[in-house]
Design a protein around this ligand. Structure first.
Ligand SMILES: [Zn+2]
Ligand SMILES: [Zn+2]
Length: 302
C-alpha cells in the first residue's frame, strides 16, 4: 500500500493578512512525520480550524524570518509546551536562524528547556536523508537569506503481495529475504525475489516563497509532483515584483514549466488579488495548465 502524503494549506496570504487568507504556512503529513513549512502569525489558530494537532509536529522548515513567515512561532511553541510536547522538535532555517530563534525565545519568555528544540542552519544541501525521505534546501533570491525546500520520498522496491500470496510461502524469515530481492529455496524450489519486486516511484513536493524568479527555484523543484510557489504579483507588475524581491504569476508558472513539475499551487497572493484569484490563476494557466490558487485550509493528497 502506498502511504499518502497530505498537504494542508494553513495560510495562503502574503505580508498583510485578509479575512480570507492567513499568513504563510503549509503542512506536510506523511506516516508519523508532520512537517510545518513556515509559521506566519496565527498559524496555530489555522491548526485548530483544520482540526490538526500541533503536538504532532516533528519538524519546522522556515523559509526566512520575515514576520509573515515566522511570527506564529512564539504562540505555536508556547501552546506546544502547554500541551506537554514530548518529542525532539527540529527547526531548520537559513543562516542566522540559531540567533533569531534564541532572540524569539528570549523576547517571548519561552523556556527552551521545556522544548527539546534543535535549530539547524541549512543552505544549498540535502540536510536530511534517513528512512524513506529526503529534505533539501536551496537558497532563493529575496531581500534576506531565504531557503526553498523539497520533501522527497525516495523510490523504493515493494514486494507484490498478490504474487507472494500465490506462492503460499509460510510466514518465515524467507519472506524478509524475498523482500530484499534475494533468491531463496523452499522445498527444493528456487524463488527469485527480484521477480516479486516492483518499483514504487519517488514523490516530491517543493516549496518556494518570497523570492524573485531564479534558476535555483527551477533546480530545486525539478520533476516535483507538486510545486507550492509564491505568486505575490500579477504578470503586469514585473518591475514591482523584482523591486519587492517577489514573483509574478507568470514567473511562478514558468518555473513550474521549466522544472517539468506535475502540478502547481500558488500561494502568498498580495491582498489586492484576495477576491480575484482568478486573475492570477488565468495568467499562470497561459504558461502552465495544471495550476490552482490554493485557499486557506485546502488539502492536496499525493
Ligand atoms: Zn512573505
Ligand atoms: Zn519575505
Amino acid at each position: 500500500m502506498v502511504e499518502n502524503i497530505k498537504v494542508t494549506f494553513l495560510g495562503t496570504g502574503s505580508s498583510i493578512p485578509t479575512a480570507r487568507r492567513n499568513h504563510t504556512a503549509a503542512l506536510i503529513q506523511y506516516k508519523n512525520e508532520m512537517i510545518l513549512l513556515d509559521c506566519g502569525e496565527g498559524t496555530q489558530r489555522q491548526f485548530r480550524k483544520a482540526k490538526i494537532s500541533m503536538g504532532k509536529i516533528t519538524r519546522i522548515l522556515l523559509s526566512h524570518w520575515h514576520g509573515d513567515h515566522s511570527l506564529g512561532l512564539p504562540g505555536l511553541l508556547s501552546t506546544m509546551i502547554m500541551g506537554g510536547y514530548g518529542k525532539n522538535l527540529k527547526v531548520y532555517g537559513p543562516r542566522g536562524s540559531k540567533k533569531k530563534m534564541r532572540d524569539f525565545l528570549d523576547l517571548f519568555g519561552i523556556d527552551p528547556g521545556k522544548l527539546r528544540l534543535e535549530v539547524f542552519e541549512v543552505e544549498d544541501t540535502v540536510f536530511f536523508d534517513e528512512g524513506d525521505f529526503i529534505l533539501e534546501a536551496k537558497s532563493q533570491d529575496h531581500s534576506c537569506p531565504v531557503n526553498g525546500y523539497s520533501f522527497i520520498i525516495k523510490e523504493k522496491n515493494r514486494i507484490d503481495r498478490e504474487k507472494l500470496a500465490k506462492l503460499k510461502i509460510p510466514n518465515s524469515p524467507l519472506i524478509g529475504k524475498l523482500n530484499m530481492g534475494e533468491t531463496v529455496e523452499i522445498d527444493g524450489k528456487k524463488i527469485d525475489g527480484k521477480k516479486l519486486l516492483y518499483k514504487e516511484k519517488s514523490r516530491k513536493i517543493s516549496f518556494i516563497v518570497d523570492s524573485r524568479y531564479n534558476e535555483n527555484a527551477i533546480a530545486l523543484s525539478k520533476n516535483a509532483d507538486l510545486l507550492i510557489c509564491e505568486s505575490s504579483f500579477s504578470k503586469d507588475e514585473g518591475d514591482l515584483a523584482r523591486d519587492h524581491a517577489h514573483m509574478t504569476s507568470k514567473e511562478a508558472a514558468t518555473i513550474a514549466k521549466k522544472a517539468k513539475v506535475q502540478s502547481l499551487a500558488l500561494i502568498h497572493l498580495s491582498q489586492r488579488y484576495d477576491m480575484i484569484p482568478k486573475k492570477i490563476l488565468s495568467e499562470a494557466k497561459e504558461t502552465f495548465k495544471n495550476v490552482i490558487v490554493a485557499e486557506d485550509l485546502d488539502e492536496i493528497i499525493l
